[in-house]
Design a protein around this ligand. Structure first.
Ligand SMILES: [Zn+2]
Length: 502
C-alpha cells in the first residue's frame, strides 16, 4: 500500500473513461445498507452452531460505482438528464479564456524576471504558493473602473524543483529532468473549488536523456511521488486529464455522496455558490460605480463632450469576462469514482485488518438490479457480503451466480489475512443456506471444523442424556434459557391474547 496516495492528485489518461473501466470501487456509505440486509437475513436464518477458525482475506469487490450511486441517489433520473442538458461539460473541450491567458502571461513574465531564485512567492518574505488577486475593494479603488480586475482568479504556483534538494528524475529512464519553464498552452490548469475556480500554474520538465524525450508537468503523479510527503500535501487539487477539483471540493464530494445527498444536489449547490459569488462581485462593482458618481475621481470626470461610459460586468459564463464554470454531474461522478479508486487500497487495508470470530454471510439481489446491463442482461446476479460480529463488512463481492464456487478463492484470501495478522480464527458462521454452504465453509474455514469437533464431544454428552443420534445430529442442540417458556397457540383469539400480553 502506498500511503502517499492520499496526497497525490489523480491524473487519469482520459476524462471520458466509461464507468465500467472503474468498476472496482465501493462507497463506504453503502455499508449501512448492506448491514441492514445482512442483519435482516440473519433474523430469518437458521443458526448453525459451527465452530470456526476463519479466514478473512482481502476484500474482493467488483462494483460499478457509478451505478451504485444511482442506486442510493434519491434524485430522480429526469432531473439528471435536465442537469446534463443545462450545464455543459466544457471540461472536455476547455479553452483558456483570453482574459485569463493575458493575466497568466503577465504573471509568468513576472516570475521569469525573478531569475534563478524562482518565484518571489517562494521567498521568505511571502512563503506561499498562491498568487491572490487584489480584494475587490482595492481593485476598484484606484484607476478607471474596470470589472476585469474582478475576474482574475487565484493562482497556485507549482514549481517543486525549486523546493527540493534532490534531483527530479525521469520516470522512464531515471535521468535528470530539466525545467523548461511554465506551460504556455494552456498556461494554467483550471481547478473547480467550492465557490469559484482557481488555476494551477505549473512548471514543465523535460528529460535530459536525448533519446528519451519524456516531457511532463510538475503536477504529474510521477513527479509528485518523488517529492517529500509534506510538500506533496501542499498540492491543492485532485486532477483528471483536462480538469480538476480542489481538495476541499473533492473531500466534500466524498462526504455528500456517502451521506445520501447525491451528485445532482451537490452540483446544484455548486451552481448556487459559484453564481452567488459572481452576483456579489457584480453588485459590488455596481455599488462602486454609484460611489464614483457621488464622489468622482479623476477617471470619472468627462473630458470634452464624451460622457464616461463604464464597462458592463460580464455574465457568469462569458469566456471573455468572468469565465465561470460549474462541472456537470457526469464529471463529478467520474471524479468521485477516481477518488474512491485512489482510496481503495486504504479501504481494503482497513477491511483486511479487521478480525471476526462470528461471521455471517448472505447474498443480496437488490444491488445488481441497479447496475448497468450488458445486452439487457446483468453480469452479476448477487452481491455476497460477509460481516463480523460488529456488523463490519469483512468480505464483499459481486458474483455471477449463487454458486459457492465464486466464494472459495475470496474466503481463502480472507483466511490468509487472518493468519497474516494473527487474528483469532472464526468460531461461528451464520448462513441462511446451511446445507448448501456447509461443504464450502468447512473446506475454507478450517477452524469451523475444529470447533465442530470440540462441540462433538459436548454433543456426545447431550446424546447420552437425550438419546439423540450423534451421527444424525453432530452439532449440539441449542438449549432454551430456563426463563423462557413454550406455549402453543392455535387459534386467532390466542394470538390476540398473546399480542396483548406483549
Ligand atoms: Zn527519460
Amino acid at each position: 500500500m502506498n500511503s502517499r496516495q492520499q496526497n497525490i492528485p489523480i491524473v487519469s489518461s482520459d476524462d471520458n473513461i466509461p464507468s465500467s473501466s472503474n468498476n472496482n470501487n465501493i462507497s463506504l456509505s453503502f455499508d449501512c445498507n448492506i448491514h441492514d440486509r445482512v442483519s435482516n437475513s440473519e433474523n430469518n436464518s437458521e443458526v448453525t452452531v459451527y465452530d470456526s477458525t476463519c479466514t478473512i482475506g482481502t476484500l474482493s469487490r467488483n462494483i460499478e460505482v457509478e451505478d451504485m450511486h444511482q442506486c442510493y441517489n434519491d434524485d430522480n433520473s429526469s432531473s439528471e438528464a435536465e442537469d446534463d442538458k443545462t450545464v455543459e461539460d466544457d471540461s472536455i473541450d476547455y479553452v483558456e479564456a483570453r482574459i485569463l491567458t493575458e493575466y497568466f502571461e503577465k504573471l509568468q513574465n513576472h516570475i521569469v524576471k525573478d531569475g534563478k531564485q524562482g518565484p518571489q512567492e517562494y521567498d521568505q518574505k511571502h512563503n506561499t504558493f498562491w498568487i491572490e488577486p487584489p480584494s475587490p475593494f482595492f481593485a476598484l479603488y484606484s484607476g478607471p473602473a474596470d470589472p476585469k480586475k474582478l475576474y482574475y482568479p487565484r493562482v497556485f504556483l507549482w514549481s517543486p524543483h525549486r523546493l527540493v534538494t534532490t534531483v527530479l528524475k525521469c520516470p522512464n529512464c531515471r535521468q535528470k529532468l530539466n525545467s523548461k519553464g511554465f506551460n504556455t498552452n494552456p498556461r494554467a490548469h483550471r481547478v473547480v473549488d467550492i465557490d469559484s475556480c482557481f488555476y494551477i500554474m505549473s512548471s514543465r520538465y523535460r528529460c535530459t536523456n536525448k533519446s528519451c524525450k519524456t516531457s511532463l508537468n510538475a503536477y504529474d503523479n510521477r513527479i509528485l511521488e518523488q517529492l517529500p510527503l509534506h510538500l506533496q500535501a501542499e498540492f491543492p487539487a485532485y486532477l483528471t486529464h483536462r480538469s480538476a477539483v480542489s481538495k476541499h471540493l473533492g473531500d466534500l464530494l466524498r462526504i455528500v455522496m456517502q451521506n445520501g445527498m447525491g451528485v445532482h444536489r451537490l452540483q446544484r449547490a455548486l451552481r448556487e455558490f459559484h453564481t452567488l459569488r459572481h452576483s456579489r462581485l457584480h453588485l459590488q462593482y455596481l455599488n462602486s460605480l454609484v460611489h464614483r458618481q457621488q464622489y468622482p475621481t479623476f477617471h470619472d470626470i468627462p473630458h470634452g463632450s464624451n460622457p464616461i461610459i463604464y464597462k458592463r460586468f460580464s455574465s457568469f459564463k462569458d469566456p471573455e469576462g468572468y469565465a465561470g464554470y460549474i462541472p456537470s454531474t457526469r464529471y463529478l461522478r467520474l471524479m468521485y469514482t477516481a477518488l474512491i479508486d485512489q482510496l481503495r487500497p486504504l479501504m481494503d487495508k482497513e477491511l483486511a485488518i479487521l478480525d471476526g470470530i462470528i461471521l455471517k454471510g448472505d447474498h443480496s439481489f437488490k444491488v445488481p438490479k441497479h447496475m448497468a446491463k450488458l445486452g439487457g442482461l446483468s453480469a452479476f446476479t448477487a452481491l455476497y457480503t460477509l460481516c463480523d460480529e460488529y456488523e463490519e463488512i469483512r468480505l464483499q463481492l459481486l458474483v455471477p451466480t449463487k454458486s459457492t464456487t465464486h466464494l472459495e478463492a475470496p474466503l481463502k484470501e480472507m483466511m490468509n489475512s487472518y493468519h497474516l495478522y494473527n487474528h483469532q480464527q472464526p468460531d461461528l458462521f451464520f448462513t441462511d443456506n446451511v446445507k448448501g454452504d456447509r461443504r464450502l465453509l468447512e473446506r475454507s474455514l478450517l477452524s469451523l471444523k475444529r470447533t465442530l469437533h470440540t462441540n462433538n464431544n459436548h454433543a456426545h454428552n447431550i446424546q447420552q442424556s437425550t438419546n439423540v443420534d450423534l451421527q444424525k445430529h453432530p452439532v449440539p442442540f441449542l438449549q432454551l434459557p430456563s426463563n423462557v417458556s413454550i406455549s402453543l397457540i392455535q387459534s386467532n383469539d390466542q394470538v390476540e391474547q398473546a399480542v396483548q400480553a406483549i
